[in-house]
Design a protein. Structure first.
Ligand code: GLU
Length: 373
C-alpha cells in the first residue's frame, strides 16, 4: 500500500522551539519497517520555518512574508539534514521534493511531480515533501501542509493519508478546554456535517504550525474524495503507523469515497472536455490498449492539435473498411507535447531519445493515465 504521512511542526518540535529527534526517530523506525514490508511511503513535513527560527534565534514567528521565506530558506536544508541523519540509521535514503500549487494545477507540473515521486518510490527512496516556501507567493501557495499532503496523496494515488498531529484526532469540541469533548472515531457520508466543521474551528495547539483542525478536515475531505483513507492521529501514539497499517483503528478515520482509479479516471475525463489534441493510432495499438498496455510511439500514426505535455488528449482510431471517420477509443494524459509527438510517431520507443535529445519515458500515454472508452 502507498502511504502519505504528514508531520506538522507541533509534532516535530513537540511544542518547543526546536526540532525534537526522539519522536522523529521513532516514526522513522516505523516508516523503515513499513518500507521493508513492501509499502511505499511519502513524508510531507513542515518545520522549515521552525528550523530557521531555531538557527537564527528568532523568538516570534514574523508576520511578513519575506521574513518567513527567509526563515524557510535557512531552515529547509537543516530540516533535510535532520531527516537525513535520522533515516540514515535505518538505511533509508531521503530526497527533498519542494512543491507549490502550480505543480498540482494540471498539465506539465502535475505530470512532472507525479513522475518524480514515482521514480523515487520505485528506487526505494523516501520523498520528503514540503512547500517551496522560499519562492511561493500567495497566488501559487497551497499555504498549509495539511492541504499540501492531500494534494500529494491524490497525485501519487495514495491508499492512506495519515495526518500526524499533537491531538489524538478530531474531537467534538476543543479537548484542551472542554472536558466533555470526545474523539470522533469516523467521519463517513458524502458531505462532512456542519457540526464537525464547527468542532474543527479555531486553530490547533502550539501556534508553531500553520494548520489547525480546519485545514486537517479540508485535507481529509480532499483525500477521501481522491480515493485515500485519511486518518488524523497523534504522532506520539506508540507505533501509530505500523498499527494503522496492521488494520487497527486509531484517531479519526475518513474512509475513501471513491477508489483512486475512479478518481484518476474522473480527472482524465474531465480534462477531456477541452481536449484539443488527437492522436491517431493503428489497430495494433488499439489492441494493446484494450489489453491494458500503454500507448507507444510506434503505434501512433498522426497527431493533430497543439498541446503540452500533461494535457489530456483523445486517442482515435480510423473507422474500419476505409470509412472516413474516426472513433475515440481512449482518453489520457500525454507524456510528450504535440511537437515532440510529431517527431517520434511510428518510431520505436528506444529511438525517442536520439530523435528528441531527451525522453520522458517509453510511453506516449502511460496506461495508468489512460481511460478506455
Ligand atoms: N511549509 C511550512 C514549513 O515548513 C509549514 C506549513 C505548515 O505548517 O502547514 O515551515
Amino acid at each position: 500500500m502507498r502511504f502519505v504521512v504528514k508531520l506538522g511542526t507541533s509534532t516535530l518540535t513537540r511544542g518547543t522551539q526546536r526540532l525534537s529527534p526522539p519522536l522523529v526517530i521513532d516514526l522513522a523506525r516505523q516508516v523503515a519497517a513499513l518500507k521493508d514490508e513492501g509499502h511505499e511511503m511519502v513524508l510531507v513535513s513542515s518545520g522549515a520555518v521552525a528550523a530557521g527560527r531555531e538557527r537564527l534565534q528568532v523568538p516570534h514567528l514574523p508576520k511578513n512574508v519575506p521574513a518567513k521565506q527567509m526563515l524557510a530558506a535557512v531552515g529547509q536544508p537543516r530540516l533535510m539534514a535532520f531527516y537525513e541523519r535520522i533515516f540514515e540509521m535505518y538505511g533509508v535514503t531521503v530526497a527533498q521534493v519542494l512543491l507549490t500549487r502550480k505543480d498540482f494545477a494540471g498539465r506539465r507540473g502535475y505530470l512532472n511531480a507525479r513522475n518524480t515521486l514515482a521514480a523515487l518510490m520505485e528506487n526505494g527512496v523516501l520523498p520528503v515533501v514540503n512547500e517551496n516556501d522560499t519562492v511561493a507567493t500567495d497566488e501559487i501557495r497551497v499555504g498549509d501542509n495539511d492541504n499540501l499532503s492531500a494534494l500529494v496523496a491524490s497525485l501519487v494515488d495514495a491508499d492512506w493519508l495519515v495526518l500526524l498531529t499533537d491531538q489524538a484526532g478530531l474531537f467534538t469540541a476543543d479537548p484542551r478546554c472542554d472536558a466533555d469533548a470526545c474523539l470522533i472515531a469516523e467521519v463517513a457520508g458524502k458531505e462532512i456535517p456542519p457540526d464537525i466543521w464547527r468542532a474543527a474551528g479555531g486553530s490547533g495547539g502550539s501556534g508553531l504550525g500553520t494548520g489547525g483542525m480546519v485545514t486537517k478536515l479540508q485535507a481529509a475531505d480532499l483525500a477521501r474524495r481522491s480515493g485515500a483513507c485519511c486518518v488524523i492521529a497523534q504522532g506520539a501514539e506508540p507505533d501509530v503507523l505500523t498499527r494503522l497499517a496492521g488494520g487497527e483503528h486509531i484517531g479519526t478515520r475518513f474512509p475513501p469515497l471513491a477508489t483512486a482509479v475512479e478518481s484518476r479516471m474522473r480527472y482524465i475525463l474531465s480534462g477531456g472536455h477541452h481536449a484539443v489534441g488527437r492522436l491517431l493510432v493503428d489497430a495494433g495499438a488499439v489492441g494493446a490498449l484494450r489489453r491494458g498496455a500503454s500507448l507507444l510511439s510506434v503505434g501512433l500514426t498522426a497527431v493533430s492539435g497543439e498541446f503540452d505535455r500533461g494535457d489530456t488528449v483523445r486517442v482515435m482510431m480510423k473507422d474500419p473498411q476505409g470509412a472516413d471517420g474516426e472513433t475515440e477509443v481512449a482518453r489520457g494524459i500525454a507524456n510528450y507535447d504535440s511537437r515532440d509527438l510529431v517527431r517520434i510517431l511510428r518510431k520505436p520507443s528506444d529511438e525517442i531519445e536520439s530523435v528528441l535529445g531527451y525522453h520522458f519515458g517509453d510511453e506516449v500515454i502511460h496506461h495508468n493515465n489512460l481511460v478506455l472508452l
